[in-house]
Design a protein around this ligand. Structure first.
Ligand SMILES: [Fe+2]
Length: 224
């Protein structure tokens, strides 16, 4: 069927574009994620019902930002796949702790994984994003994780109570298993490719902090 062939080509092109993107970097975790991609990418592409939630509007905004900031090819590969992607909220957290703003403004889609378009065992590769000026509050999980953000700046911290460390787009972050992390978008939505290299079905946990409202009120110190 032509539609299925088109889907397969578009998804394989997207995964190739994301793998090429990760190939720009040599920091911790990049090789682990690319090894997972290499292991599973040739599996069959499944047809999955696409799903769009309101927060996916932020992904569209992020793609426009990428196009305006020298990433036309990567943004184009993602945009071509958008009609086929199953976007969901990742919500293992109590809503009153993660916060209503984050809960209703984030989304993720799994490309390679148990629930992805290409099946994998204990490995996930996907896209993840949320709206501008939003803090993804402190949390931790068993899965070692790579985030490679296409947009920026984003403010990061890896210990409860510390100040945010603001970084531009295209600076990957590797979180070891159960390492705490929190991060906040600036005036642009956050959009990244993420990889989880093991323990992917263990739910993430929040880390309670008393300075979230201060971080949420902070202004990004630079714009790109
Ligand atoms: Fe995380």
């Amino acid at each position: 069927m032509a539609v299925v062939q088109n889907l397969e080509q578009i998804i394989r092109t997207l995964i190739a574009a994301l793998d090429d993107y990760l190939g720009r970097f040599n920091g911790p975790g990049v090789a682990d994620v690319r090894a997972g991609v290499a292991r599973f990418r040739d599996g069959p592409v499944r047809e999955k019902a696409p799903n769009r939630i309101k927060a996916v509007d932020h992904v569209d905004t992020a793609l426009s930002w990428m196009t305006a900031h020298g990433e036309e090819a990567l943004a184009g590969a993602i945009r071509a796949a958008m009609p086929y992607l199953d976007w969901r909220a990742y919500d293992p957290y109590p809503r009153e702790i993660i916060g209503e703003t984050y809960a209703t403004n984030h989304c993720a889609t799994i490309l390679i994984g148990e629930y992805g378009l290409i099946q994998a065992e204990d490995f996930d590769l996907g896209l993840f994003g949320f709206g501008p000026n939003i803090l993804y509050r402190d949390h931790k999980h068993a899965a070692p994780e790579l985030y490679a953000p296409f947009t920026g700046p984003n403010g990061w911290r890896f210990k409860a109570g510390e100040a945010l460390d603001w970084r531009p787009a295209h600076q990957p972050v590797w979180n070891e298993a159960w390492a705490p992390h929190a991060f906040r978008s600036g005036n642009q939505p956050f959009l990244c490719v993420y990889g989880w290299t093991g323990n992917v079905s263990v739910p993430a946990e929040m880390i309670l902090c008393d300075d979230w409202s201060a971080l949420e009120a902070e202004t990004a110190p630079f714009s790109a």
